[in-house]
Design a binder for this molecule. Structure first.
Ligand code: NAD
Ligand code: LMR
Length: 336
């Protein structure tokens, strides 16, 4: 029967694969966390020449782990070889932020990488390749990748804000002492930066008495408007301060969540946050990569429409859009 027929392997590219997110992410992909327990994969790993030996070490460990779903590994410092035939591209390569830096401080180093890798993907990836940019500044790197790969459909280029979304779920879960799996429909609006707006106005918790609004259960607007928002906005910096390294296992896990939901669909009644190309929804300027609430079905995302936006939220949606408009201008000034 069809159900027992083996699926064709999916080729998944991870750039920056010798780095710390890469080291957490590739075993998750090889175990089926990203694409499902019945989906064979071929991993393509790209890094730069100074990291070639470390990259080869990661390849050795992937062989040693004997993952049943892993049907092949390409480990290379050649972007064209890395991009050839890939169905999914997770772009982690770049330079991470250090303590005291804002994410846009890493701009000039990273946008140049995304401009050049855009061409390699456009020319050599499989048709309909889905791209997730993780490296910071994630939204603007994704926008540069999109603009320099004009033949890749804009719907196929996204950036990671699922980590922020998951952080918001985690904060609500801790505050209410409920399982994180019972919390849903938070929203991250805008930039993966400290101007992002984590919004709980539509979020709910599944309780024995049905679904209840988070706002009603928390019943503390001071926390919701204050520490909740700033904790989520500043969580990346807090991890860097504590670990002396930026987040890695949570970033890798959230990248798997992002691709899994995009490819396999979001559960009924649930949305997630993804950085996607703005079409002007919610009066966000078109032409930015901006984080919206989305549902996914048949491999496509759709922005959730018609959510009420109060005055406080409106200001926060606009503020993070303004930052993205500035980042876009700064990115172009770095490229010339
Ligand atoms: P890392 O320094 O440990 O690893 C990055 C890797 O990228 C290194 O191995 C480096 O050699 C490689 N690299 C550099 N230039 C490259 C190029 N041109 N092509 C391919 N590889 C290249 O950093 P990390 O901690 O793994 O973080 C990676 C990126 O992800 C950083 O930009 C970080 O800020 C970002 N990040 C984003 C999120 C998010 O939620 N969007 C979360 C965590 C980290
Ligand atoms: C994060 O959110 O943890 C990452 O973007 C790393 C950073 O620079 O904050």
């Amino acid at each position: 029967s069809l159900s027992t027929m083996a699926k064709e392997p999916v080729r998944v590219l991870v750039t920056g694969a010798a780095g710390q997110i890469g080291y957490a992410l590739v075993p998750m992909i090889a175990r089926g966390v990203m694409l499902g327990a019945d989906q064979p994969v071929i991993l393509h790993m790209l890094d730069i020449p100074p990291a070639a030996e470390a990259l080869n070490g990661v390849k050795m460990e992937l062989v040693d782990a004997a993952f049943p779903l892993l049907k092949g590994v390409v480990a290379t410092t050649d972007a064209i070889e890395a991009c050839t035939g890939v169905n999914i591209a997770v772009m982690v390569g770049g330079f991470p932020r250090k303590e005291g830096m804002e994410r846009k401080d890493v701009m000039s180093k990273n946008v140049a990488i995304y401009k050049s890798q855009a061409s390699a993907l456009e020319k050599h990836a499989a048709a309909n390749c889905k791209v997730l940019v993780v490296a910071n500044p994630a939204n603007t790197n994704a926008l540069i990748l999109k603009e320099f790969a004009p033949s890749i459909p804009e719907k196929n280029i996204t950036c990671l804000t699922r980590l922020d979304h998951n952080r918001a779920l985690g904060q609500v879960s801790e505050r209410l002492n409920v399982p994180v799996s019972d919390v849903k429909n938070v929203i991250i609006w805008g930039n993966h930066s400290s101007t992002q707006y984590p919004d709980v106005n539509h979020a709910t918790v599944t309780t024995s008495a049905g679904e209840k609004p988070v706002r009603q259960l928390v019943a503390d607007d001071e926390w919701l408007h204050g520490d909740f928002i700033s904790t989520v906005q500043q969580r990346g910096a807090a991890i860097i301060k504590a670990r002396k390294l930026s987040s890695a296992l949570s970033a890798a896990s959230s990248a798997c969540d992002h691709i899994r939901d995009w490819v396999l669909g979001t559960p009924e009644g649930t949305w997630v946050s993804m950085g996607v190309y703005s079409d002007g929804s919610y009066n966000v300027p078109a032409g930015l990569i901006y984080s919206f609430p989305v549902t996914c079905c048949n491999g496509d995302w759709t922005i959730v429409q018609g959510l009420a936006i109060d005055d406080l939220s409106r200001k926060k949606l606009d503020l993070t859009a303004e930052e993205l408009t500035e980042e876009k201008a700064l990115a172009y000034s770095c490229l010339t």
